[in-house]
Design a protein around this ligand. Structure first.
Ligand code: KE4
Length: 431
């Protein structure tokens, strides 16, 4: 495959952008090789600057749930931009957006728009601390909630990919207030609570983890956390930046039937434009400025272009429940196809999957937490990644990322992907 222009651009980019990318996960660091520079995308397909076409399983890391350049979103942005790109004043559209989100997800009385998932999670944690008057939080190893200081302790996503487990610049004080437990280990959380009685403001979790590959909550885990938070007055925060509006119209809260106290959104909510949000019960949200004294702000929060993009996409998702049925069917079809191919190989593997989130781990053991995700044969994953890329299948460039399916994927695309997997493991000598 000719990637001459990407190579040229990557060399040039490194002279003015740290590592040549504006977000580390894009750098292909763990899989090796040159990151591909994209020219355009439409539906399920990406086209790089050398004219190569790919079936896309990143979907911009989640937002493109209906595929790239979804017509209604594009047209809505084109119309809205003529009225200016930002006012710094309230608009009717922000009210419409807040009401639409409230009509789709459970347990949200008030919601505040921000400009990224990081901002949403950072603000939710600050609110939980302000509301409880407590300092500590519990997060889970391998979960990633954005790059706010409190979260850069045993994080997933790019931190796992680059094997950065403690981040220079995060002070000891901040890190000390972040306690960690293994995902799916309820006993470890009980232990932390016992050792820090009355000091824990929040437990923040990805209800279905996507930043160490896709990892599902085991039976009783989330319910157990819910019970502990209720008993101990701890704010239960669902980080639904990935799962929100993807696993169901109402996200993981709806699909898994667990009530969070606060919930954060990103990705799909903005349809690829910079939007994050945090929301929850009035009892807690009423502490956010200007209602209360937990200060949080943003020049571009509720930006009209971002709002019209998210509002248009969410409205479509709400009006067309069959999208979720189709995503479910496509996810299951892909999972079964890959399962069949890999079962015929001599490779140890597990496939973790829920709805349109899926990941393949070359592991003989179940992958249920960061340790088991880390002990998989991730070197082989890197070879598999490149072999698939050579066949026009663009997977996330890390074993520590979930694949994201869009509803633009056709059955042919899925069959092409499954066949590419068969050819790849044959080429790699495993079939
Ligand atoms: P952003 O600040 O990147 O919009 O969102 C942070 C975030 C929060 N919570 C969860 C569950 C997330 O997955 C993310 C961001 N996800 C990564 C991909 N694993 C974004 C990609 C990147 O860092 O470039």
């Amino acid at each position: 495959m000719n990637i001459f222009k990407s190579k040229e651009l990557f060399n040039r980019a490194q002279t003015s952008i740290p590592g040549g990318v504006n977000s580390p996960v894009r750098a292909f660091k763990s899989v090796g090789g040159t990151p591909l520079f994209m020219q355009r995308a439409k539906g399920a397909y990406l086209y790089d600057v050398d004219g190569n076409k790919y079936i896309d399983y990143i979907a911009s890391w989640g937002p493109m749930i209906l595929g790239h350049a979804f017509e209604p979103v594009i047209e809505a942005i084109q119309r809205k931009v003529l009225d200016s790109t930002s006012f710094g004043a309230p608009t009717e559209l922000e009210v419409d957006m807040a009401e639409l989100v409230k009509s789709m997800v459970p347990n949200v009385d008030l919601i505040r728009m921000v400009s990224s998932g990081t901002e949403a999670c950072m603000s939710a944690v600050r609110l939980a601390r302000g509301y409880t008057g407590r300092n500590k939080i519990i997060k889970f190893e391998g979960c990633y909630h954005g790059h706010a200081d409190s979260f850069l302790v045993k994080g997933g996503s790019g931190m796992a990919t680059l094997n950065i487990q403690t981040v220079p610049g995060v002070t000891v004080g901040v890190a000390t207030d972040t306690l960690t437990a293994a995902y799916n280990d309820l006993e470890a959380v009980k232990q932390l609570i016992a050792e820090n009685k009355g000091e824990i403001a929040a437990i923040i979790i990805e209800p279905v983890a996507g930043n160490m590959g896709c990892i599902l909550p085991q039976q009783g885990f989330l319910k157990g956390l819910r019970k502990l938070c209720t008993e101990e007055g701890i704010v239960f925060i669902f980080d639904e930046v990935m799962t929100g509006f993807r696993l169901a119209k109402g996200g993981a809260q709806e699909r898994l039937g667990i009530d969070a106290d606060l919930v954060t959104y990103g990705k799909v909510i903005g349809a690829g434009m910079p939007v994050g949000a945090f929301g929850g019960k009035l009892e807690i949200m009423k502490h956010i400025a200007p209602l209360g004294n937990v200060y949080q702000a943003g020049t571009l929060s509720g930006n009209p272009l971002a709002m019209i993009a998210g509002y248009t996409l969410l409205s479509h998702l709400k009006a067309t429940p069959s999208i979720y049925t189709e995503l479910e069917q496509k996810g299951t079809y892909l999972k079964n196809g890959l399962q069949k191919v890999l079962e015929a190989s001599n490779l140890p593997f597990v496939i973790n999957h829920m709805g349109s989130m899926i990941s393949v781990h070359f592991s003989a053991e179940p992958v249920t937490n960061f340790a088991s995700a880390s002990s998989a044969d991730n070197a082989f994953f890197s070879k598999f990644f490149h072999s698939m890329l050579d066949r026009g299948i663009y997977l996330p460039p890390s074993a520590f990322e979930s694949w994201f399916m869009s509803n633009a994927l056709s059955k042919d695309d899925l069959d092409t992907t499954i066949e590419a997997a068969r050819e790849s493991i044959t080429e790699l000598g495993a079939l």
